[in-house]
Unconditional design. Structure first.
Length: 240
């Protein structure tokens, strides 16, 4: 196996309608709201179902590049979960590492898109937050690279297990941390971050992780470089 991706696998539903409106209001954090008439029936001319989630998306991307890729995530025993498995099969990404929860549903997102392309995402995490370490086939988890996609929930201990497992087999590790991990700060995550080969995050996340002002780009990089022995990739929206 060239790469194993670890994180979430979701089923996403995209809905677009000319009746989705954007209004300005200080009652919302962003100062704007996407809305539609309460109690009405809204025509939705555009709808698409697709597989999403950090681990599933990355596995598909790697497989399309000709790499032997596998996905480790948790889904539910439901139609959405079947959709995830079908996508991985179609894209020739291995799904034998998937865990199936008989109680919790597959993570599901509904993306409401306005005519101008702005969007609001409704998320149900479902089974995706509950990877079980005792159901992970650690002896079979062998690859040249491991990609740790954002993992929701309290998964720091599990992340450490993945990192240590990769290190024992001398594999490379790339990580795109979740907000719950970032909020812990550098001091509490240093023992994990110093084993990462490629850390991927945006500038806002870099500021939160280091506790340094967003405007101090060079200081953010300097703080990360002191902890991370590998490469830091920090993105900045449209600037790349």
């Amino acid at each position: 196996m060239d790469v194993i991706t670890i994180g979430t696998a979701t089923r996403d539903c995209f809905l677009q309608s000319p009746d989705f409106k954007v209004i300005k209001s200080s009652a919302f954090v962003t100062g704007q709201a996407e809305c539609f008439a309460l109690g009405s029936k809204i025509e939705v001319p555009f709808i698409i179902f697709t597989t999403g989630g950090g681990a599933a998306n990355a596995a598909v991307t790697f497989a399309r590049q000709g790499l032997k890729a596998g996905c480790l995530a948790k889904i539910g025993k439901d139609l959405a979960g079947e959709g995830v498995m079908r996508t991985l099969d179609e894209e020739k990404a291995a799904r034998n590492f998937l865990q199936v929860d008989k109680e919790l549903p597959t993570a599901f997102s509904v993306i409401l898109i306005t005519p101008s392309g702005e969007r609001t995402i409704l998320v149900h995490r479902g089974a995706s937050e509950h990877l079980e370490k005792n159901k992970i086939p650690w002896q079979k988890l062998k690859a040249k690279w491991f990609y740790l996609a954002p993992m929701a929930g309290d998964n720091v201990k599990l992340i450490k297990l993945f990192v240590d497992s990769a290190r024992r087999q001398k594999a490379k590790i790339a990580m795109n941390p979740h907000s719950t991990f970032i909020k812990l700060g550098l001091k509490k995550t240093a023992d994990i971050l110093n084993k990462i080969d490629v850390l991927i995050l945006n500038r806002e996340e870099g500021a939160k992780l280091t506790g340094i002002d967003y405007k101090e780009e060079k200081k953010i990089f300097a703080a990360l470089d002191k902890v991370i022995n590998g490469i830091v990739v920090m993105t900045e929206g449209p600037k790349g």
